[in-house]
Design a protein around this ligand. Structure first.
Ligand code: IFM
Length: 454
């Protein structure tokens, strides 16, 4: 195709070392919110609260993968990905999330069928156990602010591992704990929609404990690879002023190090300046830092901040200077070299404690129509993915261990508070009919994967 970016031969050679995947998440693609004995989660509550989702969409039916998963598997097989990162809905398995609830066989059957279909198609399943969809019954008792949620998560993981552990060897535990703590509990723009600012931070500790708990359980069930999927961003000061540098250091602390340090070093960074005390009990830090086989890292864009002298937070996010932006506008700039720089920083910060990184999400949304009659030419997405993969290759060449790369997303889907207004898919989905139409980025990713295979 004219204008399609090419990789340099050295970059292509480097990319041969990666395993390739594409990702989705249960609430964003399944629909069928009231079927199969499924219970309610915090996103059901969020979408049913008028005004919370920008276009009032409810994720149901959305891509309707609950009924159309066979088509998704066919698309994955056509793409030639090594793996598929999907998520399991907690409330399809334990509908009320509570202690002592019998696991729901219909929910387990659904995921077992999906796993079997993937394996039959030669695609390795890599499910995520928690992608933001906490049972509503647990949010009512404090959600991730309550340490008891960790035990309930352990029971759910046990039920899933009992059913799937003989076939699934690769797992993600908790997706983007930073988004849940910062946007869900501190600021409230994601479910559960609380706005507790720094009081939200115990939710960090409990999610990390849930990760450690799940890791132990999954290992007992023979898992070969377990990891959280942590979202990170390179934080840039707006100017060289001391106040902007100080603001960048604070956001780097609470967005990046607050999650990576305990996972990789077994300790929190110094939080005294923020007046935060984590509810740490004996043995917690060992559990959280149970060695992971890989470090799952979601990366989309850098974040630029400006120091704020007085206010509830010591920083304010401002647009990053960039040649181009995604469908989200100036706060979601396209700066691929910041992925390379962030990966190199990870290696510098964590040295030999850093296991191979898997890029567990990377991708971009661009304005695209709801209905399409033929393939959509999404050259901007191709350029975004190409340039970020080039950044990954450069990081590998600079000595960062990187084992895999995952596109977000296989399908257009429900983009949380942004509803259907942001489309991330390699495959266009008509949200009225569920019809799937591969975009040109699908063909591009397929050809790239084919070209780096022996
Ligand atoms: O859609 C989300 C996904 O659920 C988590 N990571 C970021 C994606 C794009 O915003």
């Amino acid at each position: 195709m004219a204008g399609t970016p090419e990789f340099a031969p050295q970059a292509l050679q480097t990319l041969r070392r990666l395993r390739f995947s594409a990702a989705t998440a249960a609430f964003q693609i399944e629909g069928a919110r009231t079927l199969g004995g499924r219970g309610r989660n915090i996103w059901d509550d969020f979408v049913d609260d008028p005004g919370k989702v920008i276009d009032s969409s409810t994720a149901d039916p959305g891509p309707d993968s609950y009924h159309r998963s066979a088509e998704d598997v066919e698309l994955l097989a056509g793409l030639g990905v090594d793996r598929y990162r999907f998520s399991i809905s907690w409330v399809r398995i334990i509908p009320d999330g509570k202690q002592g609830t019998e696991p729901n066989a219909v929910g387990l059957d659904y995921y077992e069928r999906l796993v079997d279909e993937l394996l039959a198609a030669g695609v390795t399943p890599e499910p995520t156990l928690y992608h933001w969809d906490l049972p509503s019954g647990l949010e009512a008792t404090g959600g991730w602010l309550n340490g008891d949620t960790v035990h309930r998560f352990g029971e759910y993981v046990d039920a899933v591992a009992d059913r799937l552990g003989d076939r699934v060897r690769h797992w993600y535990t908790i997706n983007e704990p930073a988004s849940t703590s910062l946007q869900g509990y501190a600021l409230g723009d994601l479910a559960p929609g609380r706005a507790m600012l720094f009081d939200a931070l115990p939710s960090v500790h409990h999610q990390l404990l849930a990760h450690g708990t799940a890791t132990k359980i999954l290992r007992e069930h023979g898992a070969a690879q377990v990891s959280a999927a942590s979202n990170h961003s390179l934080i840039l000061p707006e100017t060289d002023a001391g106040a902007d540098h100080a603001a960048a250091a604070v956001l780097d602390l609470i967005h990046n190090r607050l999650f990576a340090d305990p996972l990789l070093l077994g300790e929190y960074p110094d939080l005294d300046a923020l007046g935060i005390q984590m509810p740490i009990r004996d043995g917690d830090m060992e559990l959280i830092s149970t060695p992971s086989d890989v470090y799952g890292l979601n990366y989309y864009n850098p974040t630029t901040v400006h120091g704020v002298a007085e206010g509830p937070l010591p920083f304010e996010m401002v647009p990053t200077p960039a040649a181009a932006t995604t469908g989200f506008g100036p706060l979601w700039p396209i700066r691929p070299e910041t992925l390379r720089d962030f990966l190199i920083d990870m290696r510098t910060r964590y040295g030999v404690r850093l296991p191979p990184i898997v890029i567990s999400e990377n991708g971009a949304s661009f304005p695209e129509p709801e209905a399409c009659t033929g393939p959509i030419r999404d050259d901007e997405r191709i350029a975004y993915l190409h340039d970020h993969l080039e950044a990954v290759a450069e990081a590998i060449e600079a000595g960062v261990p990187i084992a895999g790369y995952t596109v977000w997303s296989l399908l257009d889907n429900f983009e949380w508070a942004d509803g259907y207004t942001q489309r991330f898919g390699l495959v266009h989905v008509n949200m009225e009919t569920g019809q799937r139409t591969p975009k040109s980025s699908y063909g591009w990713y397929r050809d790239l994967i084919a070209s780096v295979r022996p």
